[in-house]
Design a protein around this ligand. Structure first.
Ligand code: GRF
Length: 196
């Protein structure tokens, strides 16, 4: 049974979908939800789902290394095998990534490798793309750059704004991430495509 830690910074809607999927028939269990923000709404949701939580407030640390050292200590204490980033808004340094190479997943709101970084939906609309979506990928030292394990795609509508597009893609994230995790913990790396 793979022991999964989920890292969040905000509302944690992706974390909720992962936890609920793991509490179903998946060979994985949620052992920790960790937030870098004490006020993250996802912390209460995790507690309500019976998952242990931790806060490692990045503003309380002088530098990235000490922050990541504190995160690592929580992951070791929880005996986590796998890390799922879910709306975690801190860039993890190479040393941390090396510790967790091949054992860290992330969900990103674009069809990677397009639109790494922020403001992904606005950029897709501005580029006149016909479709948008989200990706689950393995985390490597380069931002939003690791092997893609799954895509969920939908058509951009002429009247879409970044906000309406984000709202239509978020449910796809909640579908894609648990399904990729299910395959990943079963040792299946076949890229998954969900076409909405
Ligand atoms: C999602 O849109 C995800 O793609 C991005 O940040 C948002 C997190 O939302 N990484 P939530 O905290 O999972 O609700």
């Amino acid at each position: 049974m793979t022991r999964v830690a989920v890292l969040i910074s905000g509302s944690g809607s992706n974390m909720v979908s992962l936890v609920k999927a793991m509490q179903g028939d998946m060979a994985a269990e949620p052992v920790l939800v960790l937030s870098n923000r004490p006020d993250a709404g996802g912390l209460a949701k995790a507690a309500a789902l019976g998952v242990p939580t931790a806060v490692v407030d990045h503003t309380a640390f002088a530098d990235r290394a000490s922050f990541e050292g504190a995160v690592q200590a929580e992951l070791v204490a929880a005996k986590a095998d796998l890390v799922c980033l879910a709306g975690f808004m801190r860039i993890l340094g190479a040393d941390f990534i090396r510790l967790w190479a091949g054992r860290t997943l992330n969900i990103h709101p674009s069809l990677l490798p397009k639109y790494k970084g922020l403001n992904t939906h606005a950029r897709a609309i501005a580029a006149g793309d016909s479709e948008a979506g989200c990706s689950v990928h393995e985390v490597t030292a380069d931002l939003d750059d690791g092997p893609v394990l799954g895509h969920a795609r939908l058509d951009i509508r002429p009247d879409d704004t970044p906000e309406t597009l984000a709202a239509r893609i978020l449910p796809l994230e909640h579908q894609l991430y648990p399904e990729v995790l299910r395959r990943f913990v079963a040792g299946d790396r076949t890229p998954l495509v969900i076409q909405a």
